[in-house]
Write a protein of this length. Structure first.
Length: 74
């Protein structure tokens, strides 16, 4: 599981459908607007729509340290 409020770009790109540009937008949004706290809050990031959110939501958790090991299967 990955906490998008603490993950770096290298961790975010391991999520399905998240490339370097979208990872950078997630981090920029988080830095400027604060933590996401819920998966639905990621919809405020340009490029993340309902379909992308559905693809990644099973890999996300909130309120804990980011972990790399759970995404090594990609």
């Amino acid at each position: 599981m990955l906490d998008p409020d603490r993950a770096d770009a290298a961790q975010l790109v391991r999520l399905p459908g998240i490339g370097p540009a979208l990872a950078a937008r997630i981090i920029a949004d988080r830095d400027s607007r604060g933590p996401f706290r819920t998966a639905e809050a990621l919809l405020r990031v340009p490029g993340i729509g309902p379909r992308t959110l559905e693809r990644i939501s099973g890999y996300l958790r909130f309120g804990g340290p980011a972990e790399r090991e759970s995404l090594n299967r990609y």
